[in-house]
Ligand binder design. Structure first.
Ligand code: NI
Length: 390
């Protein structure tokens, strides 16, 4: 029987399961129902299962033959704090929570692959199936790594897959090197001297100084970063003062930085500090700049990207795989794994996009029509990387 036919026969189970997960979304580190369902499925397939890694993470282990080769495949499980506005039967029953990023689909695609590989066993080595909590800002990957994931399950390579709105159904895209940005936040407090609004000469007005800082920070990217590099600095929060006739003591600015390499990240960080220092010195004010590191840049290694592209080409043909897509300014905690071991993060087209639903929106939904492609991609990847004895 062909791999595609076997996988097709799973869809009667996988689609209802995907919709059940969609109906019962859980936020990061709260995925108790989801992870229990996953663990039961994996145990039912005969896999060795570890629960509760990184709080709610689950790992399934499938070993065949005598090869020492290992591979890890990762799916994220968490939903977003969004009130769903879809009206289909399987819309969220958990008010204010929603699978708006398609992680429900990621779970079933990886479960489908575990089933296929457990039933056919046409490989030689060990495959680890990682079901990770809290990708949406919680750093579930970091939590699993800190909980000993890579020591307990020593994967030589790791692969991740994310559905992508706007990329046509039946297509895959990835790239060698940086594919997703790092995301870092900052918190700035500018301290002047408060006073009577009618006597500004007796004060050092932090509102005026912070306003100049907001404008000045716009030059960090536009005048300091090479135009062919990517970076974003957004001031998203400006708080100062309480009433009409008082100049406050302080102003607080908060915002977000996105970069595609650690060098550019460092240039942005020092650039922000330099601009703040100059503006505050000019006005006799003080400042405190706190850099709050978030997810690192997601960097695919060359060999594993070639491996991933080869598997995707087997599934949808070379004309439907883009091996050199543009990096995104969004970020991913899959980056934490790639800091430790080689691997590749790939996109699978979810269709729609422009004009249609996009991820992180209240009308998004994972496309059940791509489940078989994702399952096949995972299965091919394992069979290629852990080749069976002939
Ligand atoms: Ni996502």
């Amino acid at each position: 029987m062909l791999m595609q036919d076997i996988i097709q026969s799973y869809l009667d189970d996988l689609i209802p399961l995907r919709r059940d997960l969609h109906k019962h979304p859980e936020l990061g580190f709260e995925e108790t129902r989801t992870s229990a369902i996953i663990a039961e499925h994996l145990e039912g397939l005969g896999l060795e299962v570890q629960r509760g890694l990184g709080k709610t993470g689950v790992v399934g282990v499938l070993k065949e033959g005598s090869s020492e080769r290992t591979i890890a495949l990762r799916a994220d499980m968490d939903a977003l704090p969004i009130k769903e506005e879809n009206d289909f039967a399987y819309r969220s029953v958990n008010d204010g929570k929603m699978h708006a990023c398609g992680h429900d689909g990621h779970v079933v695609m990886l479960l489908g692959a575990a089933r296929y590989l457990a039933e056919t066993r046409n490989f030689n080595g060990t495959a680890y199936f990682i079901f990770q909590p809290a990708e949406e800002g919680g750093g579930g990957a970091k939590a699993m790594i800190e909980d000993g994931l890579l020591e307990k399950f020593p994967a030589q390579t790791i692969f991740g897959m994310h559905n992508r709105s706007g990329l046509e159904e039946g297509k895959f895209s990835t790239r060698t090197g940086n594919i997703m940005a790092s995301t870092d936040n900052f918190h700035i407090t500018i301290t002047g001297r408060g006073g009577h609004a009618a006597m500004p000469h007796t004060s050092i007005d932090p509102v005026v100084i912070a306003s100049q800082a907001v404008t000045g920070l716009q030059t960090v990217v536009s005048r300091n970063i090479k135009p062919t590099d990517n970076a974003v600095v957004s001031v998203t929060c400006f708080n100062a003062g309480t009433t009409y006739n008082v100049i406050p003591n302080t102003a607080v600015l908060k915002g977000c930085i996105r970069t595609q390499t650690s060098e550019v990240k460092e240039q942005v960080r020092t650039g922000i500090d330099r601009v703040l220092s100059g503006i505050c010195t000019a006005h006799g004010a003080k400042y405190e700049f706190t850099f709050l590191p978030g997810y690192p840049v997601t960097v695919n290694t060359k060999e594993e990207t070639q491996t991933a592209v080869a598997a995707a080409v087997q599934v949808v043909g070379p004309e439907n795989v883009d091996p050199d897509t543009q990096p995104l300014m969004a970020s991913e905690d899959f980056s934490y794994y790639l800091e430790k071991i080689p691997g590749c993060y790939i996109f699978i087209g979810n269709g729609a996009g422009e004009g249609g639903p996009v991820s992180h929106r209240s009308d998004y939904d994972f496309n059940d029509g791509i489940i078989h492609l994702g399952v096949e991609y995972w299965a091919r990847l394992v069979e290629n990387q852990l080749p069976a004895k002939r």
